[in-house]
Design a protein around this ligand. Structure first.
Ligand SMILES: *[C@@H]1O[C@H](CO)[C@@H](O)[C@H](O)[C@H]1NC(C)=O
Ligand SMILES: *[C@@H]1O[C@H](CO)[C@@H](O)[C@H](O)[C@H]1NC(C)=O
Length: 290
């Protein structure tokens, strides 16, 4: 009798744990820092979605961290750079993509632009994960998303593999405050000029009236698969089911096809525009838009 009860309880606990496990932990993100410097990844969960912890952490050069992601999670991942702690107050602040929390954890705060964003919605329509890399809020680091082990969907890699900080048009460039003039981020035209034409706001808030600008084309030409302006969605959102994701900050511009390992690369546009790999500091200003 006792033994039977024990077995039944054991079986129940085993099944309960098993279902709990599969319901909560279906996907992992492996976040990799290939930059030559330390980064401080930040994670923001969308409204009414299961919380994801941590919301921020430190990742030294060459290191990676694998995180379990709640099944119906939606949100964004980015990386803060050039962070330091103010000795008198103990507050953390970062030169790019700060979340303003003053701490390593962002605790519900998003990236202050400019920031390259890796965006995800897991188990959405038809059970597919939707993901993209967005430069709509500007750019601070190259990012690559690789889907591994997907069972449905194109599972293409996406991202922005080119370092655009040196090539950023001068009017969009964010430079280090210490007089070195080193480009550390590149603003979107919306943020730099606040003009509804660039922001796709007010009268420009529809797919018919919101168009790419010479500035959004600068980002799109360099990183053909990334989102470059608000309605740039036909070629820039990717889907996959049942995958784990590798999010690499500062990937090598020539990442091997073997590593990318898409199930069936359905992307219309190349991941890297080879003509843009050599854009240098001498090519700094775009012709002024009319
Ligand atoms: C600015 O800071 C960076 C990183 O700390 C350093 O490498 C560079 O030499 C500094 N530049 C100047 C002009 O102080
Ligand atoms: C690559 O960049 C050039 C400009 O340098 C642009 O004309 C071309 O359309 C881009 N190609 C793609 C596939 O985006």
């Amino acid at each position: 009798m006792d033994r039977l009860l024990f077995s039944a309880t054991f079986l129940f606990l085993f099944l309960f744990n098993f279902s709990l496990f599969s319901a909560v932990h279906s996907t992992t993100f492996k976040i990799v820092n290939r930059c030559r410097h330390t980064i401080w990844p930040g994670i923001l969960t969308g409204a009414n979605r299961p919380l994801f912890n941590p919301t921020g952490f430190v990742l030294k050069s060459g290191k990676s961290r694998t995180l379990r992601v709640p099944r119906f999670w939606s949100g964004r991942v980015w990386a803060r750079t050039h962070c330091s702690t103010e000795p008198s107050t103990g507050k953390l602040s970062c030169a790019t993509a700060d979340c303003g929390s003053g701490r390593i954890e962002c605790a519900g705060a998003g990236a202050i632009p400019p920031a390259t964003l890796a965006e995800f919605t897991l188990n959405g329509d038809q059970g597919l994960d939707f993901y993209d890399v967005s430069l709509v809020d500007g750019y601070n680091l190259p990012v690559l998303i690789i889907a591994k082990g997907g069972t449905r969907g194109g599972c293409s890699s996406t991202g922005c593999l080119v370092d655009l900080n040196g090539a950023c048009p001068r009017e969009l460039s964010v430079v280090r405050g210490n007089g070195s003039r080193e480009g550390i981020a590149c603003k979107s035209a919306c943020e730099a000029f606040g003009d509804p034409v660039y922001c796709c706001s007010e009268a420009y808030n529809t797919p018919d009236t919101c168009h790419p600008s010479p500035y959004s084309l600068f980002f799109k030409n360099a990183c053909p698969r990334s989102y470059s302006y608000a309605y740039d969605d036909k070629t820039s959102t990717f889907t996959c089911a049942g995958a784990d994701y590798i999010i690499i900050f500062c990937p090598l511009p020539y990442t091997s096809q073997k590593l990318l390992s898409a199930r069936k690369d359905s992307a219309e546009l190349p991941l890297v525009n080879k003509t843009m790999l050599y854009i240098g500091r001498h090519l700094r200003s775009l012709s002024s838009p009319g």
